[in-house]
Design a protein around this ligand. Structure first.
Ligand SMILES: [Zn+2]
Ligand SMILES: [Zn+2]
Length: 357
C-alpha cells in the first residue's frame, strides 16, 4: 500500500509498504481520513525529536523510517485474535495514544503520563497510509453519532482541546481568555462555548478571529469581568506574556502551546497572588474521547470552515507540511485522504445509518 514515510528531517516519501497486521487486541482500519498538526510539522522541519527514526522507542520497539499520521479515523476491516469479528464495518475514531494500564500513572487515571506512553503515528507506524492498526481500547465508535469519516478524523484534535478544558477545571460561572486560536485553539474555543463558558479570544489573524466567533467566542470588547482562566495556546513568548498580564489574582494559566525555551517566572507573584500554572498534554482517551466525539457531532453545520479540504498522500508535503511549517496553513485543520487520487472537498453531511445504540 502507498504510505507517507518519515525518513528524516525534510525527508517524507510516499512509498509502498506492507499492510500491517493487527495485534491481539487491535483493529486494522481502512483509513477514512487523517489529520496533520504542528507536531508533524515540527518533526518534518526540525526533527526527528519524537519519531523513533534514529533511536529505538522503548515502548513500541520501533526503529527506523516510520509512517506518519496520529489523528485518524477509519473503517474496521480486520480484528486481532481477542476481538469480535462483528466489528468489521464499524467506523471508529482513534485517540492514537497507547498506555500500559498497569503503572501508577495509569492506575490514577493519568494514562497520558504513563511510564511507557506511546502513540500510533508518533512512536510506531501511523495512518498516513491506506491501512493502520490501533488498539480497539483507544477508539470510539463514530458511526453511532452519524459522523462521516472526515468528521471522525477531527475527534482526536477535539479530544486534545477537551483535555485542556478539563485540566483548567473551568465552570460556566467563570470567564476565560484564550490567546491564539489557530489549530487546537479553535477547537478549544468551541469546547468552552459548548460547556457554557464565556471565552474572549486574542488572535492576530483576522480570519482565525472570525472563525473563533463562529465557533462560540465572544468578541474581546464583550469580555466583561476578569477571566478566572487564561489559556495560552500560541506557544510564543509574546502570547505567554500577554496571557500572564491578563491573569487576575487567584487566576489559572493553562499552558497549551509548548514554549520553545525556558522563560523566567516571578514566583513571588505566583505565591502572593495564588496563581496556578496548569500544564496540559495529549489526552486521557477514556475520559476525553467520548466527550470529543459527542462535541464533533453536536455542530450541526459541520466542519467545512475548520477543515475544508482532504489532500492526497502526494500533496502531503507541498500542500500540508510545508505550509504548516511556514505558518501559512490555509485551514485550521488539514486532512489527508490516503485513498484519494486528487484533493477533494471534505464531507460532513450526517449519515443516516447508525450502528449499535
Ligand atoms: Zn496532532
Ligand atoms: Zn501506564
Amino acid at each position: 500500500m502507498p504510505a507517507a514515510v518519515f525518513h528524516g528531517r525534510g525527508d517524507v516519501r510516499v512509498e509502498e509498504v506492507a499492510v500491517p497486521r493487527p495485534g491481539p487486541n487491535e483493529v486494522l482500519l481502512s483509513v477514512a481520513a487523517a489529520g496533520i498538526c504542528g507536531t508533524d510539522a515540527a518533526e518534518y522541519a526540525h526533527g526527528p525529536s519524537m519519531f523513533p527514526v534514529e533511536r529505538r522507542h522503548p515502548a513500541t520497539g520501533h526503529l527506523g523510517p516510520m509512517v506518519m499520521g496520529h489523528e485518524f479515523a477509519g473503517t474496521v476491516v480486520a480484528v486481532g485474535d481477542e476481538l469480535d469479528p462483528g466489528l468489521v464495518g464499524r467506523l471508529v475514531a482513534s485517540a492514537g495514544s497507547l498506555c500500559c494500564g498497569a503503572c501508577w500513572q495509569c492506575a490514577r487515571g493519568r494514562g497520558n503520563m504513563c511510564e511507557s506512553y506511546a502513540a500510533v503515528g508518533l512512536h510506531r507506524d501511523g495512518a498516513l497510509a491506506r491501512y493502520v492498526t490501533t488498539p480497539l481500547a483507544n477508539c470510539v465508535f463514530a458511526d453511532e453519532h452519524g459522523l462521516t469519516g472526515d468528521a471522525a478524523a477531527l475527534v482526536q484534535p477535539m479530544s486534545i482541546a477537551v483535555h485542556a478544558a478539563r485540566r483548567s477545571r473551568i465552570t460556566p460561572e467563570e470567564r476565560a481568555v484564550l490567546v491564539g486560536a489557530g489549530g487546537i485553539g479553535a477547537f478549544l474555543v468551541y469546547v468552552l462555548g459548548r460547556w457554557g463558558v464565556g471565552v474572549a479570544v486574542r488572535e492576530l489573524v483576522d480570519e482565525r478571529l472570525e472563525l473563533a466567533r463562529r465557533l462560540g467566542a465572544a468578541p474581546l470588547e464583550e469580555e466583561g469581568g476578569p477571566p478566572a482562566v487564561v489559556f495560552e495556546v500560541s506557544g510564543t513568548v509574546a502570547g505567554y506574556e500577554s496571557a500572564l498580564a491578563t491573569l487576575p489574582r487567584g487566576g489559572r494559566l493553562v499552558l497549551v502551546g509548548i514554549q520553545k525555551r525556558p522563560h523566567p517566572v516571578d514566583l513571588g507573584r505566583l505565591t502572593v497572588s495564588e496563581l496556578e500554572f496548569v500544564g496540559t498534554n495529549a489526552m486521557v482517551y477514556q475520559d476525553d474521547l467520548p466527550e470529543a466525539v459527542r462535541l464533533v457531532a453536536a455542530r450541526r453545520e459541520g466542519w467545512a470552515d475548520v477543515a475544508p479540504t482532504a489532500l492526497t498522500l502526494d500533496e502531503l508535503v507541498p500542500h500540508g507540511l510545508e505550509p504548516l511549517t511556514q505558518g501559512r496553513a490555509p485551514a485550521v485543520k488539514m486532512l489527508v485522504d490516503p485513498w484519494a487520487n486528487a484533493s477533494r472537498p471534505t464531507a460532513f453531511a450526517r449519515r443516516k445509518e447508525s450502528h449499535g445504540t
